[in-house]
Design a protein around this ligand. Structure first.
Ligand code: IMP
Ligand code: MG
Length: 178
């Protein structure tokens, strides 16, 4: 434990073996559903970077492309503001592409419903959502991920890319901070 973490107690919620199984299942579904299509994966930084790297290495879609966006929806702390700002936009053309937005977690749904519209408005052929975690109890807007790893209760999760105040992203398991 580093000094930073010494004040927190972490409990494993989803171990790495389970995350791997979820990733492989989703990758197989996506590979089947998008066979022969021009696919662009759009990872939402920073949270999705670890999941995205595991997912795309399990997917079998020759010629697929990868892009990233960075958005912020939280002021400070752990409550979504619903105010989405784009901090890094996609530099690629999405017109005619089948876009799969890759996220770490869907919570209120504000971020993804905004991004889905934003990308669809740029004339993508289709836009779907793939997330490792889903917290359906917290939803404030109607939004169903097309592919998800695990549904979790209303807890604050960290690890596997997810942060609490920028810490804990590097943890290989999804944990809960107590
Ligand atoms: P939404 O707009 O409320 O759906 O929030 C989505 C974003 O909030 C995610 O991309 C995460 O960055 C962050 N977030 C939501 N829930 C958690 C959590 O339990 N742990 C860490 N980050 C979270
Ligand atoms: Mg975050």
């Amino acid at each position: 434990m580093s000094e930073l973490r010494s004040d927190y107690k972490l409990e494993v919620l989803i171990p790495r073996e389970e995350l791997k199984k979820h990733t492989e299942r989703m990758a197989a579904e996506i590979s089947r559903d998008y066979k022969g299509k021009e696919v662009l994966f759009v990872g939402i930084l920073k949270g999705a970077f670890i999941f995205m790297s595991d997912l795309v290495r399990s997917v079998d879609l020759p010629g697929c492309r990868l892009g990233f966006m960075m958005v912020s929806s939280y002021g400070s702390g752990t409550v979504s503001s619903g105010n989405i700002t784009i901090k890094k936009d996609l530099e690629m053309d999405v017109e005619g592409k089948h876009v799969i937005i890759v996220e770490d977690i869907v919570d209120t749904g504000f971020t993804l419903s905004y991004l889905k519209k934003y990308i669809a408005n740029r004339n993508a052929a289709s836009v779907k959502i793939c997330t490792m975690l889903d917290k359906p109890d917290r939803r404030q807007v109607q939004l169903e991920p097309d592919y998800y790893g695990a549904k979790i209760p209303d807890v604050f999760a960290v690890g596997y890319g997810l942060d609490y105040d920028e810490a804990f992203r590097e943890l290989p398991d999804v944990c809960v901070v107590k």
